[in-house]
Design a protein around this ligand. Structure first.
Ligand code: ADP
Ligand code: MG
Length: 702
């Protein structure tokens, strides 16, 4: 093994690890090599010089660090029921330490009349301050002289049971560092190091694990976060460059008769400036001879679908076929309806393919697709089945893309004959810029940042159940004005039966409050047959029913301009982007629209923040930012499949600034040295190669 590869050594070969601990490291933290173990960064540091006085402890759900003598140790109960209590006295007062687990281990470590550092969360138990399962460490002779800050590592049940608590993980890493410190080479170019006054890669790793001061920790964290972001951005942007260089694409040179006829005769309104801008961007891509991969962001109702349609017409004008893939059958159906209507009188053949297309229809459709008679195929997942063969697929639009897996998208691309088709990915609701940069950093980016004119801002209110009578009154007045209303119930996979019960109860109470024949009420939920759903949707669309009671099946894309009120029941159970998406179902016509968020009276702080954000803001980009801050990147739709979760230290919310630095630097580096061949980028390249081996394959993300 060459010196350079030592960091790729399996952890089981590190002294003190062995096969069992190695397996636990792998299973619980994905750590398999020395390199991985070095990136198991501490999540906290104990400052061994900062202590609380026991007499001054305030019970407020925060942890404290104490230093005192153990004055009493007591074991209670036998066998499974045993527990250990100990008293700690620091001269100002006494607290009781309690253990229910690991009693044997603790009782071996805890010695009467010796001095300890104790860290944990105090609670009041009777009149005694208690700390359950505190971290503790004996203050030994000469202790003061060793480093002030002690790193604390996360462990797991498995690792703990194998003797690897934080303290022992710390020892392992200490040992590893002394062994490999000579190969922790610099991995950034000089210019970058100077620009941010960075400490060296080696010092960063040494200091993050064995810091001498908080200042050292901060510098180490900054450097390592920057590295993390920079390497991700380099890989994403490299991917983009490779695609632009190597992956050739169809050239759509002409704007022809279908586009022009549509534009001059069928388009019922002016395009917004933002729509025109995006169409120009895409049109430009179509001429480059390279495969387009573009992300289109825009708020709900900003007119993304129309942009997609007009770009499809350009492809059709150049004799290529197009596919539009939507995540649900209802949405696919709706795209089909609205696109067919838009194209009335124009010679473009559009078909719909979903799970409920009959065998006979399917046979004919597939034949027309293969012969090239069909121009635009709209559908759901059904589009990616292997039986679906295009004559010459040139352009693929993927709507509300976060619902599709990476593989599904890749499959659709493969349907191009000689080249990969151009791809336009549209998001349902905006995602924050930092997230787009990290997940879709290798795609080109367009944004529609303008709503069609004449839209009135939707008025949003938050009510609790006590206002229900008033709500019904309001709904009746709106219906009297000729408007229609959605009432939506949450649908959570784990308890579909419960949700259905909520929905049915709601439907019954609404049917009582809005009796026939004055009122007609529709109901739609996920467990209905597609045909029945469609029937009910159609009745509502036609204005035959005034109220649509539904689960979130109507969330995506349903378009009924006359609907002006959206009532969301149990609104506290929805995520922010979902609430915003639902609200976007109204406000599509010219009338003033309303969104009423119903919730119970008692709410968590987070739920309050969410509902407030909805009341205060109607800007999808702003709401996406708040959502990201509330939930963190891990929970957001679409991130599961991305590399965001593999970030060890950096956080796209807290470290947004560093991400922007890294993004810009990566762009600059690659624009002057696309293949990283310059001497100054030598280490960067080496580091990328060594790390790429066992990391996520970034090229799969788009
Ligand atoms: P998105 O998919 O971005 O949520 P849609 O494409 O469904 O939005 O458009 C929302 C509604 O606005 C549709 O009824 C569409 O026909 C209409 N629309 C699109 N562009 C314009 C425009 N420039 N002016 C007026 N209405 C528009
Ligand atoms: Mg849409």
């Amino acid at each position: 093994m060459t010196e350079k590869d030592i960091l790729s050594t399996e952890v089981k070969f590190l002294k003190g690890v062995g096969p069992m601990r190695a397996e636990a490291f792998k299973a619980d933290f994905g750590i398999s090599t020395f390199r991985d173990l070095l990136a198991h960064y501490p999540f906290r540091y104990i400052d061994r010089t900062q202590f609380h006085k026991i007499s001054e402890i305030v019970i407020n759900n925060t942890s404290v660090q104490l230093r005192g003598k153990i004055t009493k140790i007591e074991k209670q109960g036998k066998g499974r029921a045993n527990r250990l209590t100990a008293l700690l006295n620091d001269g100002t007062g006494t607290v009781q330490l309690v253990w229910f687990q690991g009693v044997k281990w603790v009782s071996q470590k805890l010695i009467l009349n010796q001095e300890y550092l104790v860290f944990g969360k105090p609670v009041l138990y009777g009149r005694m301050v208690n700390i359950t399962h505190p971290e503790f460490e004996r203050v030994e002779a000469g202790y003061e002289l060793s480093s002030r800050l002690q790193a604390v590592y996360s462990s797991s049940d498995k690792l703990s049971s194998l003797g690897l608590h934080s303290r022992n993980i710390s020892r392992l890493i200490e040992n590893l560092l002394s062994k490999v410190r000579v190969v922790l080479y610099e991995n950034l170019p000089k210019s970058i190091i100077q620009k941010y006054k960075l400490i060296s890669h080696r010092d960063a790793l040494l200091n993050i694990h064995q810091p001498g001061s908080y200042d050292e920790i901060n510098k180490a964290q900054f450097r390592l976060k920057y590295e993390e972001f920079l390497f991700i951005q380099l890989q994403l942007l490299e991917q983009k460059i490779i695609r632009k260089e190597k992956v050739s694409g169809y050239i759509f040179q002409n704007v022809g008769s279908t586009f022009n006829t549509f534009y001059s005769q069928n388009l019922p309104f002016e395009l917004t400036g933002a729509q025109k801008k995006v169409i120009r961007e895409i049109r430009n891509d179509f001429k480059m001879g390279k495969q387009m991969n573009r992300l289109l962001q825009g708020d709900v109702g900003s007119g993304k679908t129309l942009v997609a349609l007009m770009c499809m017409l350009i492809a059709v004008d150049n004799d290529y076929q197009c596919a539009l893939m939507a995540p649900t059958e209802i949405l696919a159906q709706q795209h089909y309806n609205s696109i067919s209507k838009f194209l009335e009188g124009i010679d473009v053949k559009v078909e719909l393919l979903t799970g409920s297309t009959t065998a006979a229809q399917r046979r004919e459709l597939l034949a027309n697709l293969e012969s090239g008679d069909l121009n635009i195929l709209i559908g759901t997942h059904a589009l990616i089945e292997s039986k679906v063969v295009f004559h010459n697929l040139g352009f693929v639009v993927i709507d509300e893309q976060h619902r599709f897996g990476v593989q599904q998208r890749a499959k659709l691309w493969e349907k191009g004959r000689t080249n990969l088709p151009h791809v336009l990915v549209m998001t349902a609701t905006p995602i924050p810029r930092t997230m787009a940069m990290t997940i879709y950093g290798d795609l080109d980016y367009s944004v529609i940042d303008e709503l069609p004119p004449g839209r009135k801002a939707i008025e949003t209110y938050h009510y609790t159940d006590s206002k229900r009578i008033a709500l019904f009154g309001f709904m009746k007045r709106q219906i009297a004005l000729g408007r229609q209303i959605y009432v939506v119930y949450p649908l959570i996979k784990e308890s579909e039966t419960l949700d259905l019960k909520d929905l049915n109860d709601g439907y019954n109470s609404i049917s009582r409050a809005f009796p026939k024949p004055d009122y007609q009420v529709s109901v739609v939920h996920g467990q209905m047959k597609a045909k029945d759903k469609e029937y009910e949707m159609q009745r509502f669309k036609n204005g035959e029913t005034q109220i649509m009671v539904a689960t979130t099946v109507i969330e995506v894309g349903v378009d009924v301009p006359n609907a002006s009120v959206m009532v969301i029941e149990n609104a506290e159970r929805f995520g922010l982007s979902q609430l915003h998406q639902l609200r976007g179902r109204v406000g599509r016509g010219t009338e003033q629209s309303f969104c009423i968020l119903m919730s119970s009276y008692k709410l968590s702080n987070e739920a309050k923040t969410r509902l407030n954000a909805m009341v205060e803001s109607s800007d999808g980009f702003e709401i996406a930012e708040i959502d990201l801050k509330l939930r963190g990147p891990g929970d957001l739709q679409g991130t599961q499949q991305s590399g965001i979760l593999t970030l060890k230290l950096a956080d796209i919310v807290k470290d947004e600034r560093i991400l922007y630095f890294a993004r810009n630097d990566a762009k600059e580096i690659l624009s002057s040295d696309p293949k990283l061949e310059k001497e100054e980028n030598k280490y960067l390249k080496l580091f990328l190669q060594q790390n790429a081996k066992d990391k996520t394959n970034w090229s799969l993300i788009s």
